[in-house]
Write a protein that binds this ligand. Structure first.
Ligand SMILES: Cc1ncc(COP(=O)(O)O)c(C=O)c1O
Length: 487
């Protein structure tokens, strides 16, 4: 046994198990633990924080634990950690009564260690919060290691240049530019289009640029937003768009850009229909307004429609494609468009601190992802659909899935707010109750994301296997039935 601070604990490579009886926590310690453990219910069976499994010993408390508790309390503000390794030692030839394992580490608190032994099976953690969690495959890492590099601010990084040519060719645009993130790519494109003060853009009210990028286009670019109501398929009414274009009037901002998103994240990975894209293209051509597409997951859309990605961005002047989502690269996006546009974006990228020196290894990951991953994306789509179907088959009025609405790798579960709050559902999916463990025969932890007032998002990606999907389904079925009072 040894004392670790909270910081050490979260960084500990051996993933210790922390055991403590909560009834003995001082108020101060509870305050410290609450944000770390993020527990909501009064007696969680356990919870994760950065892959460390925490368990309160509340039910297992007995007088043999007490001296240990007292000792711990003496270390005000610190927490006793029992290392995984030091799990078993009792008075019975050092053999644990519940699991029969032998351990020769001296520990006077036999009950405590037995409890820990009983629970030393690691739970299966399936993290579906986002496809940005995709882990690089050994092959991708090997490819990255072999990348030739140079200084990219001087435009001398051969691998980055190769990636930019590849994306420009693939999207049939004149030029492309590697950027550090999708957020940076969208910002650069909007600021490059809106390089005059008093510019306004038209974009969907549920777009990522509007909801999830900190209002950076106004914060950093001084760009005004005019929102169009997103329809459930990710589109908006073109009449509304036409009506929103500003007249040439000294009192008004000037409409400089229309932004779309394909696939549409907030609406559950919806693929924008090609006929609508064509209509939008004609409409904006007539209006003389360029289109930017936040194409973070464009390859997913291309796979679903079975068309080359260039077909989906034909009428868009600029495109921002993410490498670090389903394509599996650790970092990066690429923007593409006309040559002079990309050169102006390059200047801005430097101003925003995005001019990196030898990004070749990151660019190599993008090249590898573009070459190898798109043909596998259908699997993520099938997995999302399978989970949706299992939930929908339950017919629960409390938690619903729209199977037909699942087109790509994103699934939204709709919650009846009167009974199920999205963040509570996420917390419940992270927890394993003893009853659930015995019903399912294993401990399954599913991480998800409370996306909106009524919805929870699950995103499928390369590392989530068929077996993981089966586990997610079993967990969801159990939890939904629990909400329904059936278990
Ligand atoms: C549709 C969409 N656009 C842009 C982004 C931003 O990408 P990044 O996280 O690389 O900044 C995301 C991220 O999830 C996204 O879903």
């Amino acid at each position: 046994m040894r004392m670790l601070t909270l910081l050490e604990m979260t960084q500990h490579p051996r993933k210790p198990v922390m055991v403590f009886p909560r009834i003995f926590l001082s108020e101060w310690e509870q305050l410290v633990l609450a944000p770390v453990a993020n527990f909501a219910s009064p007696q969680p069976a356990g919870w994760f924080y950065r892959d460390i499994w925490f368990e309160p010993l509340i039910e297992k408390y007995n007088e043999r634990v007490y001296p240990f508790v007292k000792k711990r309390r003496a270390y005000f503000g610190k927490i006793l950690i029992i290392m995984n390794k030091k799990v078993c030692n009792n008075n019975n030839n050092n053999r644990c009564a519940s699991c029969n394992k032998i351990d020769n580490i001296e520990n006077p608190h036999a009950k405590l260690t037995r409890y820990e032994h009983k629970n030393d099976k690691k739970p299966h953690i399936i993290d579906l919060r986002s496809d940005v969690l995709t882990q690089q495959s050994p092959e991708m890492k090997e490819f990255m290691m072999a990348a030739e590099v140079g200084d990219d601010v001087f435009q001398e990084d051969p691998t980055t240049i190769a990636l930019e040519h590849k994306v420009a060719d693939m999207l049939q645009k004149e030029a492309a530019l590697f950027v550090l993130s999708g957020t940076m790519g969208n910002l650069l494109c909007v600021m490059t289009h809106c390089d005059k003060r008093g510019s306004e853009i038209l974009l969907g009210n549920l777009s990522h640029i509007h909801l999830w990028e900190q209002g950076n286009i106004s914060q950093l670019g001084g760009v005004h937003s005019h929102l169009l109501e997103n329809l459930p398929d990710g589109t908006f009414h073109l009449d509304e768009l036409k009506d929103s274009v500003r007249a040439d009037n000294i009192h008004l901002p000037s409409t400089r850009l229309v932004c779309i998103e394909n696939t549409h994240n907030q609406l559950g990975g919806k693929v924008l229909p090609i006929p609508w894209l064509d209509e939008l293209g004609n409409c904006c051509r007539e209006l003389g307004i360029p289109i930017h597409v936040d194409a973070a997951r464009l390859m997913n859309a291309a796979v679903v429609l079975d068309v080359p990605p260039a077909r989906l961005v034909k009428d868009c002047t600029s495109v921002c494609l993410c490498l670090s989502k389903g394509l599996g690269a650790p970092v990066g996006s690429v923007i593409a468009g006309p040559r002079d546009f990309i050169e102006r974006a390059r200047r801005l990228r430097k101003a925003l601190g995005g001019g990196v020196r030898q990004p070749g290894m990151l660019a190599a990951a993008g090249i590898y992802g573009l070459d190898h991953v798109p043909s596998l994306l259908w699997k993520d789509h099938a997995h999302a659909k399978a989970i949706a179907k299992a939930v929908s088959d339950l017919g629960s009025p409390l938690i619903k899935a729209d199977v037909e609405g699942v087109q790509t790798n994103i699934l939204l579960l709709e919650c009846d707010m009167k009974v199920v709050l999205p963040d509570k559902l996420c917390s419940r999916l992270m927890k394993v109750t003893p009853e659930e463990e015995s019903a399912l025969g294993e401990r399954i932890v599913v991480k998800s994301f409370a996306m909106a007032k009524t919805s929870v998002r699950f995103v499928l990606y390369f590392n989530v296997t068929f077996e993981d999907v089966q586990r997610v389904i079993r967990k969801l079925v159990y939890v939904i039935e629990e909400y329904e009072g059936k278990v």
